[in-house]
Design a protein around this ligand. Structure first.
Ligand SMILES: CC(C)(COP(=O)(O)OP(=O)(O)OC[C@H]1O[C@@H](n2cnc3c(N)ncnc32)[C@H](O)[C@@H]1OP(=O)(O)O)[C@@H](O)C(=O)NCCC(=O)NCCS
Length: 249
């Protein structure tokens, strides 16, 4: 569960990956803007990744006036577990079992993420100043860390075909009663066959066992396929963030 309440902090992992000093501000508001900027100047930050609720018009305008560039927009859609029944199991018998990831499978999950997210456009990929090869490492590395660190994910679920894994989901308990469905991937040759439904049934069972009331799926506005799929399963758009990058050079 995330207990970090500071409006800005240095990102060690981004610094190691890109070789520059990076800071992250998860929620810029009018009140925190100056504080965040001062932190960046005092700490010699090269690039700030700043998220701002789309509803915060005045903060968005201040950021635009100060050279922040928009890199992505994230829609957070919620599935109310108290109101929505789990979808029925697929009619055709599924050829895989959905279960928790096991120790030692983190490398396989990493490889699956590399396949699933190849060419995927997140906010890092949208920034022409960042090395595209390094950006391609982000999703696989995130999926790998989700398997081995409870700071990254509370649960990782995989679809197991016996000798093969064909998909994964990473889940994170965020606020009391809320669980984020962060990364979902079905390997490309297996997509479009209804695998997501089996994942969702398993995720809903797991979430209910943790007294979760809402699943939240943060998905880029540009990922139209996933946006359509989650609406199909009963998720409803709840809130949204702009993701900006600010370079201090
Ligand atoms: C998103 C992703 C996980 C979906 O997996 P998938 O195996 O292709 O999805 P499915 O075939 O299970 O389809 C899921 C459901 O959405 C429906 N669906 C598919 N395309 C749809 C569309 N364009 N509009 C509405 N519903 C759609 C399917 O019919 C299915 O519903 P059903 O269970 O009632 O039959 C997969 O495309 C993927 O790995 N993408 C790359 C990574 C990614 O973008 N991840 C999401 C962001 S983290």
């Amino acid at each position: 569960m995330n207990t970090n309440t500071s409006p800005v902090s240095l990102s060690k992992i981004d610094e190691e990956r890109f070789g520059i000093r990076v800071a992250k501000a998860p929620e810029v508001t009018q009140d925190t803007f100056s504080l965040i900027m001062d932190f960046c100047y005092e700490n010699g930050v090269d690039m700030l990744i700043a998220r701002c609720p789309c509803s915060e018009q005045s903060s968005v305008q201040i950021m635009g006036q100060n050279g922040f560039l928009l890199m992505d927009t994230i829609l957070y859609s919620k599935l109310d577990l108290l109101a929505v029944p789990a979808p029925q199991a697929p009619k055709d018998p599924v050829e895989f079992v959905v279960r928790s990831v096991r120790v030692g499978e983190q490398h396989t999950v990493k490889s699956m993420a590399a396949e699933c997210f190849r060419g995927h456009k997140g906010h890092y990929h949208s920034d022409p100043k960042l090395d595209p090869a390094k950006c391609e490492e982000i999703y696989p590395d995130w999926a790998y860390r989700a398997c081995i660190s409870s700071e990254v994910a509370d649960e990782v679920v995989v679809a197991d075909m016996g000798n093969d894994l064909l998909g994964f989901v990473t889940l994170r308990l965020v606020d009391p009663g809320e669980c984020h469905v962060d990364l979902v991937g079905i390997v490309p040759g297996r997509q479009g066959r209804g695998s997501y439904r089996s994942f969702l049934i398993h995720i809903m069972d797991w979430a209910r066992s943790k007294e979760v009331k809402h699943l939240v799926a943060p998905v880029s506005i540009a990922n139209v396929l996933t946006q359509n799929i989650i609406v199909h399963y009963g998720y409803r758009m709840s809130y949204s963030d702009y993701v900006f990058h600010k370079w201090f050079d």
